[in-house]
Design a protein around this ligand. Sequence first.
Ligand code: HEM
Ligand SMILES: [Ca+2]
Ligand SMILES: [Ca+2]
Length: 361
Amino acid sequence: MYQFTRMHESTKATRYRSTALVAVVEIIYTYGASEIDALIPLARSMASFTLALLSAVLLLCSAVQAQLSSSFYSRTCPSLPNIVRSTMAQVVNKEPRMAASILRLFFHDCFVNGCDASILLDDTATFTGEKNAFPNINSARGYEVIDAIKSNVEAACPQTVSCADILALAARDGVSLVGGPNWKVSLGRRDATTASQSDANSNLPGPSSSLSQLVASFAAKGLSARDMTALSGAHTIGRAQCANFRSHIYDDADIDPCFAAARRRECPSAGGDGNLAPFDLRTPDRFDNSYYQNLVAKRGLLHSDQELFNNGTQDKLVRRYSVNGKAFAKDFAAAMMRMGAISPLTGASGEIRLNCRVVNK
Ligand code: HEM
Ligand SMILES: [Ca+2]
Ligand SMILES: [Ca+2]
């Protein structure tokens, strides 16, 4: 199909070219060589067309240059991957949940105006950032881990590596340190000088989302339903607060009654909003495919989790991931690379923040 379209188009192009040639010959024939002056405007417009074409090609080249690349810091900060990995290894060794918290920080960064470290900016008297938006307040955690990595990176390679890239690397390392897949992290993102609390409130999907709302919120970021289902497998690690799953365990029908009863014991119908439950009871700190096995058993913790397996379009994929950990790992890694490429700032846009919490002076 692709081949056919290309051939068809090139035939069309040849036809257009020969038609133009015939037109020029016809003009000379009809008006004579003395009227060749009439051709000058045509020649001029052809020249300016060629110029425009050339500059378009140049523009395209510079856009390609501004693309992310896994070797972006290989000369300017060769120790970067080791610094991030060793700091994450220490942190996760002490507190395995931190792998989950950093992964979520990266998701909450990328979904709000791209992977630009906007989520890391602190509020000030004159600036409202994303940390106090509903999905993040009293919930997003791990900021001090990014600070620690950043200060280690600054010591080795001053003013070189963006906070956005550090977050992308740390999220990957966290996942792989707790048994998840590994992937190549593309680098070269720069840090935002702004943040948007209202975009954080509107762009991040909430725990009571329906399947169609989940699909739509990922589609708005250029990600497919399949990406959405694979990325949700991140809920194979980490914890959620009672307030976020209360209505699911008390009000929903698509839930295993034993699971609901057990969850209710730690999440009363009133009070205890901040009580934590692991997303995955079986392997709470291991990045495996048991999230999908839970969904098939109607043991999703959030309403939005169970939406992926509730007689809808994602049932088949959930079943596949539940029996095929390799397929999940592969799709998760690929989807993480796509999520990590959401509207990065590159080239001369943004800055390399010196402190991830504040815009440079
Ligand atoms: C599909 C839509 C999603 C919804 C509705 C959602 C919602 C939530 C909620 C409500 C929590 C619990 C927060 C709390 O109680 O403090 C949570 C935690 C978490 N989310 Fe998601 N999430 C989604 C997708 C994702 C994606 C795409 C990722 C990463 C790729 C992710 C990674 C995590 C992790 C790792 C945690 C646990 C964090 C921790 O323990 O600190 N989530 N999510
Ligand atoms: Ca962002
Ligand atoms: Ca697990």
